[in-house]
Design a protein around this ligand. Structure first.
Ligand SMILES: NC(=O)c1ccc[n+]([C@@H]2O[C@H](COP(=O)([O-])OP(=O)(O)OC[C@H]3O[C@@H](n4cnc5c(N)ncnc54)[C@H](OP(=O)(O)O)[C@@H]3O)[C@@H](O)[C@H]2O)c1
Length: 241
């Protein structure tokens, strides 16, 4: 029970990777603060937790929550959103929505909740392996996730004097709602899903549990000397052409 007596905040806790991670952290003993925009989804994740329905890009809401948030041993900032398109083909409103969901949100969480982190805490941000190498049609998403990777490095530097670590993970495709919605918009979802699975050496998609397990490792004292890292979890896709 590595998280017994520890309080961990999870954003994006109402679905996908965040939901799976919240349940894993609970199994390992954590007390949880679950953040997402849909209260019912947070309750479906776990009843035995604090539920905080808010938009992490809404500064007033994040600041109000931070004022009453108890001291934290960790944060797993998994909330994010995917909108597709090239630079020329992406409406500016979609670009701004990507900035809000993927970069402004984790920035505000760090800005307002940093003072709530206990000395020795650990924070894990969720970037993406397509923020390390460009692929077609995900321009705004990739650019904002690249910002998340740098945010983790800057926070690692700024928080080091308090013994607080910060890392980013960069997953490849996981078959969550985010990917399902993207596939549903494709002309041939089955072919696209198969293509996603074969671009990495292990020739399959990852799972939410595999990503959650990496986050748990980075939040635990097992990884006490790891900070400022961007760690891919993508079946080796970023290692090869
Ligand atoms: N699935 C993949 O292939 C993949 C690959 C690389 C990285 N990622 C990243 O992994 C993270 C989790 O994604 P997922 O695959 O688990 O997708 P998901 O099931 O769609 O989960 C995304 C979560 O983010 C929350 N969210 C989105 N915008 C928010 C906002 N403004 N304020 C608060 N919460 C917000 C959503 O909750 P509400 O709608 O209830 O607010 C939802 O629970 C994301 O950061 C994503 O970019 C995913």
């Amino acid at each position: 029970m590595p998280f017994a007596g520890k309080r961990i905040l999870v954003t994006g806790a109402g679905s996908g990777i965040g939901r799976t991670a919240a349940r894993l952290f609970r199994e390992r003993g954590a007390d949880l603060e679950l953040v997402g925009r849909r209260l019912a989804a947070l309750q479906d994740t776990l009843l035995d937790a604090h539920h905080i329905p808010l938009d992490h890009a809404d500064e007033a809401a994040v600041a109000a929550f931070a004022a009453s948030c108890p001291p934290l041993d960790g944060m797993f900032l998994a909330a994010g959103e995917l909108r597709t398109g090239s630079v020329e083909g992406t409406p500016t409103a979609d670009f701004e929505a990507m900035i809000a969901a993927n970069l402004r949100g984790p920035w505000l969480m760090a800005h307002h909740l940093g003072p709530k982190l206990k000395d020795g805490a650990s924070v894990v941000l969720v970037g993406s392996n397509i923020a390390l190498r460009a692929i077609p049609d995900s321009a705004a998403y990739s650019v904002t996730k690249a910002g998340v990777h740098m945010l983790a490095k800057v926070l690692a530097l700024e928080w080091a004097s308090r013994g607080i670590r910060c890392n980013a993970i960069a997953p490849g495709p996981i078959h969550t709602t985010m990917v399902a919605v993207r596939l549903a918009a494709s002309a041939d979802p089955a072919a696209d899903l198969a293509r996603l699975a074969v671009v990495n050496p292990l020739k399959r998609l990852g799972t939410e549990v595999e990503v959650a397990a990496l986050a748990a490792h980075l939040l635990s004292d097992e990884s006490a000397w790891t900070t400022g890292a961007v760690i891919t979890i993508d079946g080796g896709a970023n290692a090869v052409y």
